[in-house]
Design a protein around this ligand. Structure first.
Ligand code: S3P
Length: 171
């Protein structure tokens, strides 16, 4: 199972939906699965239980996915799109490695700011605190860059990024 990493707004979920529709790959989105299991949206989850609760749900979700993958026969080609903070825990990275190769979608901070203008679905994004957001972005880069593959996604459409993804996994 290919897993896609990247900062908030880098286009992971959009890419996942695209490859599901156009290439008929199976797509699993971690945030969506957690929202369904908890019966709450991400902003509601953060507001009600806090970030550490959500982080534990991410780890639990990955542990279950690894277990299910070991038990199931080969599925159609699957892409997992992760929440932006998922690869930060070492434990999570171990699970992700067990699932399969990782791909980091790199988008510049300036482009992230443009894409997330007026976003109200991301509790950890606040465009009135750009210095703090930039710091978070740079703190995460060194971890994101440990992914098996990196795609420069800044100036590309979702179709072009999907093409790059195909090339990366063929190589
Ligand atoms: C988060 C990213 C979000 C979501 C949560 C926390 C993060 O997902 O998991 O709000 O820590 O970067 P997206 O990357 O899809 O925005």
């Amino acid at each position: 199972m290919l897993n896609i990493w990247g900062f908030m707004g880098s286009g992971k979920s959009t890419l996942g939906r695209y490859v599901a529709q156009v290439y008929q790959w199976k797509h699993i989105d971690s945030d969506e699965r957690i929202e369904q299991a908890e019966g709450l949206s991400i902003p509601e989850l953060f507001a009600r239980y806090g970030e550490s609760y959500f982080r534990q749900k991410e780890t639990d979700f990955l542990a279950r996915l690894v277990r299910d993958q070991q038990e199931s026969d080969a599925e159609p080609f699957t892409v997992l799109t992760t929440g932006g903070g998922m690869p930060l825990r070492e434990e999570n990275r171990q699970y992700l490695r067990q699932l399969g190769p990782s791909v980091y979608l790199h988008v510049s901070f300036e482009e992230i700011v443009r894409r997330l203008a007026q976003d109200d679905q991301r509790p950890l994004w606040n465009e009135r605190e750009l210095a703090k957001m930039k710091q978070r972005y740079h703190e995460r880069l060194s971890i994101y860059r440990t992914a098996d593959h990196i795609i420069e996604a800044d100036h590309y459409t979702v179709a072009q990024v999907a093409e790059q993804l195909k090339n990366v996994i063929r190589a």
